[in-house]
Structures are given as structure tokens and as C-alpha cells.
Design a protein around this ligand. Structure first.
Ligand SMILES: [Mg+2]
Length: 365
């Protein structure tokens, strides 16, 4: 069955893709968020021309064809655009087979444990602890991640003393059975990260994400080897050569690919398999409540080396105003610290009609 047309619905932060086959069947996917207008342009210019009229069945082959034809552009933007195609094709396949995507890839719908993921660094330690406790009481969430250092901060804290204060306070305020995770977003040198790591261990933190600049794996490796804590990373990486190096040289203990940065489900499944073969765990990155978290839910519920929980952003409208009203029905219902993957076909979501109608529309056919 051939791909007949590809449509995009774009706002500055998000772009959805609709794929239609010659028999009229359709699927909905999404490109990676942020600068979505640029990604949509790349989609129509560098993705669509190679796949219109192609048989839709072998996703990996048609996506590899795009990468071969566009081999002078081996970067993030092309993969962000391919993610839109790939996730739309998986939705379509699920709808044709009347199965949720999770069932197409060896898993089952049902519940998946989450960790509440804070994106804020400008928040006071006391306020962070307070909102974690509220989520624990109201939604039964039993794992949380908070931010330390400053983002790509060259060793500087968001403000002086914040990291020490928040690490100690979160440990004091949340009981020992609550899993505590931190993310340094490439802040520290290895020497600094090892010192901070000791503070983390003393305060029952179990996950130390991206301690050093991610583009300098030697630095991260020193931290992984020095500390008895899970050092984690990989969210920005999308090139299999980099992943192979990270796995072979054990740069981190837990690998965190992002389904959208990777170029979609097909490529992240291939990566999860590589990680699994080397005996490592995959705890993917999913930082907002667009389709990235939906796709990550299906992915995580199906792979054999899934980490303990799904990253679930706890930020609302103040931080992510653009994620409001994307779907006609909110796909994330938290019950006792779990999200539920339904048995609706494909990704099981419907994009809000009004959102689509007010977006920038483009078609390739
Ligand atoms: Mg991170």
C-alpha cells in the first residue's frame, strides 16, 4: 500500500503529521517539539519527496532511504522531522490492525509507573518539596526528579547554595521509600560532579542525570566510575555511532534516549535492543505532555530492559502554555502513581479539532 499524502499542522512549539495511504487509511504522528515551524519545513523539503508513492510497510527501510538521500544532513533536525513520519506510520499500522502500538511491539496495554519530573530551576527548594508532597498525597506518585546546578552552567549553581539546600531539603521532606532523582543538565566538571555525587549519596538520591557536558563523554565516564550511584544520560543523542560508543565504553549506567530526538519509535526500538544486548537499562527522556510522552509510554511498556518508571512532566500552563488542549481527551490519567495505556488502536489519542483548525497547514502529495 502506497503513501499518498502527508499533511502537517504546525504551531511554534508542536507540529503534527497526518499520513494518508492510497486506500484512504490515515495515521497521526508528531515531530519533536520546539522550533516546530523549522522542522515542518524540513519535513516537506527533505522527508516527503523521498517517501511519497513508496510502500508504507517497512518503516526502517523508508526512513533509512531518507537518511541516505539526505546524507549531507546527518543531524538532529532531519531526525526530528522523521519522528513525525515514523510515529504517524505506527499509528496507522495500529489502526489498520485494530491494536494499540504497545501490542504491535510485544507489550500489553495497562498501567505504567511514573516519576514526577520537575523542569524548574527557578523554584525555591521549599516550594519544590511542597509540590512533590502534594502530588504524593493526591496522586500517589512515589518517585520525583528535581534540578540541580544550572543548565549547561559551566559549574555555576542557579543561585549560590541552591543545590546543597534542595538536595538536603528534599531528602528531609520525602520519606525513604520515595525515589529521589536529580538532573544536572550538563552543569559540572567531573571533579565537581564527584563532590556533588557524594552529597547526593548521603541524601538518598539514586539517579544522577547528565552530570557533565554530554558532548564530553570522558568527563561523564569519570563520574560513573567514581560513584556508587546511577549516572544516567543520552537524551540529546540521536546518532547510532555515538550510542554504540556510549554503550561499549559504559559512559553511563542507565541510558535515556528520547523517542522524538531519535527519529521515532522504529529507531528507538533498535537502540533499546542494542542497550539490552549489553545488559543495560533504558529509562527514556520525555519532557513534556505532547505525543512524546504517549509514544514513550507504549515503548517503555514493551521493551524488556525498561527502567523503573516513565518520566512524566509535572509542569502545567505556567511553564508549558503550548501543551494546553493538544488532545481532545487528556491521555494521562494518573492513578496511584501510574498512567494507563488504553487498548485503543494506534497511539489511542485524538488531536483537538480546534487546535488543528487554528494551526498552519501544509500538504505534500
Ligand atoms: Mg535530563
Amino acid at each position: 500500500m502506497k503513501i499518498k499524502k502527508l499533511e502537517t499542522f504546525t504551531k511554534p512549539f508542536v507540529s503534527f503529521v497526518k499520513v494518508t495511504l492510497e486506500d484512504g487509511s490515515t495515521g497521526i504522528g508528531q515531530m519533536s517539539t520546539y522550533h516546530a515551524d523549522i522542522t515542518a519545513q524540513i519535513f516537506h523539503k527533505q522527508v516527503c519527496p523521498w517517501i511519497l508513492g513508496k510502500n508504507y510497510e517497512d518503516f526502517e527501510d523508508i526512513e533509512n532511504l531518507i537518511l541516505e538521500k539526505e546524507h549531507k544532513f546527518p543531524g538532529s533536525y532531519l531526525l526530528r522531522a522523521i519522528a513525525g513520519l515514523d510515529t504517524a506510520l505506527w499509528d496507522l499500522k495500529g489502526k489498520l490492525k485494530k491494536l494499540p502500538v504497545v501490542s504491535l511491539i510485544g507489550g500489553n496495554p495497562g498501567f505504567l509507573k511514573i516519576y514526577g519530573s520537575s523542569m524548574k530551576r527557578d523554584i525555591q527548594p521549599y516550594d519544590e518539596a511542597k509540590r512533590f508532597k502534594t502530588l504524593q498525597d493526591e496522586k500517589g506518585v512515589s518517585a520525583f526528579k528535581f534540578r540541580i546546578g544550572s543548565e549547561c552552567g559551566r559549574g555555576k549553581d542557579e543561585w549560590e547554595g541552591r543545590t546543597e539546600e534542595i538536595v538536603r531539603l528534599i531528602n528531609k521532606e520525602l520519606d525513604i521509600s520515595t525515589a529521589k532523582l536529580v538532573d544536572a543538565n550538563s552543569c559540572y566538571s567531573s571533579e565537581q560532579a564527584i563532590e556533588i555525587g557524594k552529597l547526593l549519596i548521603d541524601n538518598n538520591i539514586t539517579h544522577f542525570e547528565e552530570p557533565c557536558p554530554y558532548w564530553d563523554p570522558e568527563e561523564t565516564k569519570k563520574v560513573t566510575e567514581a560513584l556508587e550511584i546511577d549516572v544516567t544520560g543520552g537524551e540529546q543523542d540521536c546518532d547510532f555511532r555515538i550510542w554504540k560508543d556510549m554503550i561499549d565504553r559504559k559512559i553511563v549506567n542507565i541510558f535515556q534516549p528520547d523517542v522524538m530526538y531519535m527519529g521515532g519509535l522504529t529507531r528507538i526500538l533498535k537502540l533499546a535492543n542494542m542497550i539490552n544486548k549489553s545488559g543495560f537499562t533504558c529509562t527514556p527522556h520525555a519532557a513534556n505532555l505532547s505525543l512524546v510522552t504517549v509514544c514513550t509510554m507504549h515503548f517503555l511498556k514493551a521493551i524488556p530492559n525498561a527502567g523503573k518508571y516513565l518520566e512524566y512532566s509535572i509542569e502545567g500552563e505556567d511553564y508549558y502554555p503550548w501543551q494546553k488542549n493538544l488532545f481532545s481527551k487528556h491521555p494521562f490519567n494518573i492513578i496511584e502513581g501510574n498512567v494507563e495505556i488504553s487498548d485503543d488502536p494506534g497511539w489511542g489519542v485524538e488531536i483537538n479539532k480546534n487546535w488543528l483548525e487554528t494551526s498552519d497547514y501544509k500538504i505534500s502529495e
